[in-house]
Write a protein that binds this ligand. Structure first.
Ligand SMILES: CC(C)(COP(=O)(O)OP(=O)(O)OC[C@H]1O[C@@H](n2cnc3c(N)ncnc32)[C@H](O)[C@@H]1OP(=O)(O)O)[C@@H](O)C(=O)NCCC(=O)NCCS
Length: 133
C-alpha cells in the first residue's frame, strides 16, 4: 500500500477544501484500523477506513473518491468491500457519520439515518447512519 498517496487523497478530498492543515486527515485510530484503497492503472482513486468496534459494530470512516473519478462506482466498491470485511470479522452492523451532501450515496447502499450528529469545521452537518449486515 502506498501510504503517502493514501493519506494525500484523504487530505485533498476531505480536509483541504476547508483549509485544514496537513496532518488533520489522520488520527490515532489509523494505527489499528482496516484500510481500503481502489487503484486504477496504478493510481489511487478511492480510500476508506473500517474501525472494528465492540458489540458487533463496524464503523466506516474517511470515505473519499478522487474528484475526477466520482460517480464511477468506486465509492460503492469500497463500501461493499469494507462491509464484507466487517462481516468476516464478526460484525453485524455498520455505523457511519455521513456528510449531508453524501446522504443519498449511503441511502442507495441501504443505510438509514439514525440522528443528526456533529457539525465539522462549523459548517459540515453530519448524520449518524446505520445498516445491518
Ligand atoms: C460520496 C462519494 C464517496 C461517493 O462515491 P462515488 O464513487 O462518487 O459514488 P458511486 O459512483 O459509487 O455512487 C453509487 C450511487 O450513489 C449515488 N451517489 C454518489 N454520490 C452521491 C451523492 N453525493 N449524493 C447522492 N447520491 C450519490 C450515485 O449516483 C450512484 O447511484 P445509482 O446507483 O443510482 O447509479 C464520493 O463522491 C466522494 O468522495 N465525495 C466527496 C467526499 C465525501 O463527501 N465523502 C463522504 C464523506 S461522509
Amino acid at each position: 500500500m502506498e501510504w503517502d498517496s493514501y493519506y494525500d487523497l484523504r487530505y485533498r478530498i476531505l480536509r483541504q477544501p476547508w483549509n485544514q492543515p496537513r496532518g488533520s486527515e489522520r488520527n490515532e485510530g489509523d494505527y489499528s484500523a482496516i484500510h481500503a484503497a481502489y487503484f486504477q492503472n496504478g493510481v489511487i482513486k478511492g480510500v476508506a477506513r473500517l474501525d472494528l468496534m465492540d458489540n458487533e459494530i463496524g464503523q466506516i470512516r474517511f470515505m473519499a473518491v478522487e474528484t475526477d473519478s466520482q460517480g464511477k462506482r468506486i465509492g460503492e466498491k469500497l463500501m461493499v468491500h469494507l462491509e464484507d470485511l466487517a462481516f468476516q470479522n464478526g460484525r453485524r452492523k455498520i455505523i457511519l457519520h455521513a456528510r449531508e451532501i453524501a446522504l443519498g450515496f449511503y441511502q442507495k447502499l441501504g443505510y438509514e439515518i439514525v440522528e443528526k450528529s456533529h457539525l465539522l469545521f462549523g459548517e459540515i452537518q453530519h448524520y449518524l447512519m446505520e445498516k445491518a449486515i
